[in-house]
Design a protein around this ligand. Structure first.
Ligand code: ZN
Length: 245
């Protein structure tokens, strides 16, 4: 175990994590020299755009902020607040991700069928069954992702405490709400890969027999996605572990 976890009332230096209790706001951190006010009154942490005014445009801008400038986003995120809009943000992204992932999965299933020994032409009733399957799977995935996120939040908090970091469950959960946006690029890439491959077979750009390249490409996407999700998660934890606000 790497030292005791600082208590919620401790003031930590945002830059190095040093305990600043009792030091005046106008002075500097004895450990790294950073201005103490940067960790307290001028921490720059506040509500997200979506929390200040929930709507479609703030949903898009907040999503872009998480995806394009994650370090800046989490460094500016107020961690000691429990604004309900964070959960709505996560819910909307979970919903979009569920639809995208299930669409990619169905595309993959159709590809398996098309390379099977006796592929058959799809009929209208098949499309209806697929559509039904699509919605049922999406709803199931939506709830499953919610449970998974809660479990991940609990686990991360436990692990950070083991390493002596002050990341209580509400803070981790708040970060994970915004982390949900990271599923969006993965879902989009997965759909592009799966459906463009199917389209290329359909129009005869590639033959049905070249499944190995597809399998490798898809495995590559899965591995890169896992690495991407982990990096985004790490960024969130790094930028909030010394937060006081
Ligand atoms: Zn410091």
């Amino acid at each position: 175990m790497a030292g005791a976890v600082p208590s919620e009332s401790d003031i930590l230096c945002e830059t190095c994590g040093y305990t600043l209790n009792g030091l005046p706001d106008s002075s500097n951190c004895p450990e790294c020299g950073a201005a103490i006010s940067q960790s307290t009154t001028q921490s720059g942490r506040g509500l997200t755009g979506f929390e200040e005014r929930s709507g479609l445009s703030s949903f898009i801008t907040t999503t872009l902020a998480v995806l394009l400038r994650p370090t800046l986003f989490y460094r500016a995120l107020a961690t000691r607040t429990d604004h309900p809009a964070a959960a709505w943000f996560a819910q909307r992204h979970r919903f979009i991700a569920s639809l995208l992932f299930c669409s990619a999965a169905i595309g993959y299933g159709l590809w398996l069928e098309s390379i099977s020994r006796r592929p058959r032409d799809l009929e209208a009733s098949d499309f209806l069954a697929l559509l039904l399957l699509y919605f049922i799977c999406s709803i199931g995935l939506f709830f499953f992702m919610g449970v998974l996120t809660r479990f991940a939040g609990w686990l991360s908090s436990l692990e950070s405490a083991y390493w002596g970091m002050r990341l209580p469950i509400p803070v981790v959960r708040r970060c994970l709400h915004y982390h949900t946006a990271s599923y969006l690029p993965i879902g989009i890439v997965a759909n592009i890969v799966v459906w463009s491959y199917r389209w290329m077979i359909e129009v005869g750009i590639i033959s049905r027999g070249t499944g190995v390249t597809f399998a490798y490409t898809l495995s590559g996407v899965v591995i890169a996605s896992a690495a991407y999700l982990f990096l985004m998660y790490l960024t969130a934890m790094r930028q909030t572990r010394y937060a006081n606000v």
